[in-house]
Design a protein around this ligand. Structure first.
Ligand SMILES: Nc1ncnc2c1ncn2[C@@H]1O[C@H](COP(=O)(O)OP(=O)(O)O)[C@@H](O)[C@H]1O
Ligand SMILES: Cc1ncsc1CCOP(=O)(O)O
Ligand SMILES: [Mg+2]
Length: 262
């Protein structure tokens, strides 16, 4: 892919308002990640206002990590507005294979046609209707195992599907690519997957989605590499990761992105 840095520049110029209906664990981490990246996050989940708020945002992310029925109502209403108004929205199906409640909600949200679905391998397998219970919010499968499921889910849903892990896989059902940026410390810190979903949403505002997803994944993974080079463990990694998201510019991203056609 040519010049992924331009997608970072464009995201920062827009500084999009990203509406997040996310989980209790991720709220603070994700808001800080979005601010460090150059976007404007808002965490708004009440069913009384989520749909109206979605209509004000440049992008929406929906994450089922700590979902309960009133939140699910808010998610479905917000996604419906986003779809009607052509506002890009990203689904993060946290632990979707774990329970019947999550599987049913995940299926309903897929029918609301997310622009992008971003999950780990177990989640993408489960959402595609294949095995993939996972281990709570963590994956028990490799990304490679979920590539076929990702392609099938992309074709069924119309979404670009991103499976993340040691090497990320992205497909729109026809095209596919891998992003090799990242660091082994990333799955040792909670809510980085959720935060990545928010960053993907930010990159989607006004940009072509397949390329925007690849640029967002490379940017996030590169920040992980830079943080991992100095961190002593998961605690200092979190701080260094926010600093790296802030420090990386377009040229650094274009030079450091490891994106290959699959
Ligand atoms: N083993 C790994 N090595 C390098 N990067 C990783 C590894 N595991 C996950 N990542 C990166 O961590 C980020 C979050 O992905 P992931 O851990 O799959 O999400 P989740 O937290 O939702 O399970 C992505 O940028 C991904 O590329
Ligand atoms: C631990 C946990 N439990 C419910 S949501 C959540 C956060 C999951 O975050 P991520 O998928 O980004 O690691
Ligand atoms: Mg996750």
């Amino acid at each position: 892919m040519e010049d992924p840095g331009q997608y970072l520049t464009s995201m920062r110029q827009t500084a999009p308002l990203v509406h997040n209906i996310t989980n209790y664990v991720a709220m603070n981490v994700m808001a800080n990640v979005l601010l460090a990246s150059g976007a404007s996050p808002a965490m708004v989940h009440a069913r009384e206002e989520a749909a109206e708020f979605a209509g004000l945002a440049q992008a929406l992310s929906i994450n089922i990590g700590t979902v309960s029925p009133p939140w699910a109502e808010a998610m479905e209403a917000a996604a419906t507005v986003a779809r009607a108004k052509d506002i890009p929205w990203v689904l993060d199906p946290v632990a979707v294979g774990a329970t019947a409640y999550r599987r049913a909600l995940g299926a309903r949200l897929v029918e609301l046609r997310p622009t992008v679905i971003r999950g780990n391998a177990s989640e993408i397998l489960a959402l595609a209707g294949e095995a993939g219970a996972g281990k709570g919010a963590d994956s028990t499968e490799s990304v490679a195992t979920a590539e076929g499921a990702a392609r099938a889910l992309a074709r069924h849903s119309g979404a670009v599907v991103a499976v993340t892990g040691a090497v990320d896989f992205v497909t729109d059902g026809e095209r596919a690519a891998r992003v090799a940026n990242g660091h082994a410390m990333m799955p040792r810190v909670t809510a980085l997957g959720c935060s990545l979903t928010g960053v993907v949403a930010a990159f989607l505002a006004g940009q072509p989605r397949f390329e925007a997803v690849l640029a967002a994944l490379a940017y996030f993974g590169l920040a992980g590499e830079r943080a991992g080079a100095t961190a002593n463990g998961p605690g200092s990694f979190q701080v260094a990761f926010l600093d790296a998201l802030h420090a990386i510019d377009a040229d650094t991203l274009t030079a450091g992105a490891r994106i290959e056609t699959a």
